[in-house]
Design a protein around this ligand. Sequence first.
Ligand SMILES: Cc1cc2nc3c(=O)[nH]c(=O)nc-3n(C[C@H](O)[C@H](O)[C@H](O)COP(=O)(O)OP(=O)(O)OC[C@H]3O[C@@H](n4cnc5c(N)ncnc54)[C@H](O)[C@@H]3O)c2cc1C
Length: 380
Amino acid sequence: MPEVIIIGAGVVGTSIAYHLAKQSCRDVLVLEKNYIGSGSTGKCAGGIRQQFSAEINIRLSMESVSFFANFEEETGADAGFRQHGYLILATSEEELEAFRGNVERQRQLGLEVELISAKEAGELVPGLNVGDVLGATFCPTDGYADPYSVVSAFAACARRLGVRISEETEVTGIELVRDRLKRVVTTKGKFEAPVLVNAAGAHAGVIGRMVGLEIPIRPSRRHLFVTEPMSFPRRNLPMVVDFHNGFWFRPEGSCLIFGMRSPLEPEGFSTSVDWGFFADILAPAASQRLPRLKETGIMRGQAGLHADTPDCLAILGEAPGVAGFYLACGFSGHGFMHSPAVGRLMAELIVTGKSSLPQADALSLDRFQRKTQTAESAYI
Ligand SMILES: Cc1cc2nc3c(=O)[nH]c(=O)nc-3n(C[C@H](O)[C@H](O)[C@H](O)COP(=O)(O)OP(=O)(O)OC[C@H]3O[C@@H](n4cnc5c(N)ncnc54)[C@H](O)[C@@H]3O)c2cc1C
């Protein structure tokens, strides 16, 4: 019988498995219904930023950035981590005011980040239309990495330390005896362990319902489009984010990748590409911000799932009412960037029952019952 079963071999499940094994908890079984990285991880933009409003998110990001910076030494693999920064644009006085508060909090926590003028933003990204921009924030140690390299490295390192990862193994039920875990039922048989971790990404709510637990996660589609190869004035362009509508872009090899949240996207599990959204909403926003995109062809589009919570903060820790059932879900678009710190934190909670990360209880499921909850407002 394994000590821990993890549902989901995305970047979060594999990071937890690796960090558990590093903390000498090696009898770990990861159950994955498709293959490693086949969920949102394989569809994500790979952005890694530390510019958040909530202290807990800033801390998770700062720890993760240190991990990504040493990724090769830690795992032996190249994550493709580029610290070319994140440039976040404000187009209203309210946004600028909020950015000032965020920068102050980020600096208090030791982050190197600046509030810059529209002109300076335009100099960082030649061709950017800053006509309506009132100011921006820039953090040079933010950046991006390759999600597939990262999840493969976590999985390979975990396996080297003894973790078993069973692909094409779907969890279809969880048996309880009173309020204790008994068995995990899968398409490849039944498994038992005293600890079960729900790292099922956008499907974490479905897994929660198997033990009678409502986890407030809203799954919804997010798109990513890839341009044809284009020439760039500089190779080290930052990730650029238009804060008011969530339009973002960054270089990927010789192409640009870009996307945007849709105000009309319903809750659901669809991952088909909505070309109507592209034509009517995304393309106008993209060509307004980066006019040369009007003349650039699109090679492909894809869509994956976000798993958003009401306060845009993740849900981490043991679930109330079901002993041994741990949650690592609801990442609200930040799961890739936070995966190193989340893996370490979850392993620590499982092995020692305590967390060394200040304010970690801000992420517990029962926070939704408390009135003191602080939401993440720098949500993209
Ligand atoms: C277009 C797009 C852009 C994004 N950009 C960024 C970004 O720039 N930076 C960032 O940090 N995040 C970004 N995200 C969010 C990021 O992708 C997620 O937060 C992250 O991948 C979550 O990882 P995960 O391991 O929790 O989930 P997943 O990668 O979805 O892994 C969960 C796994 O669980 C498996 N599973 C589900 N149900 C079962 C079951 N019943 N039995 C067995 N296995 C099961 C799934 O197959 C899946 O492989 C983006 C997302 C999208 C869609």
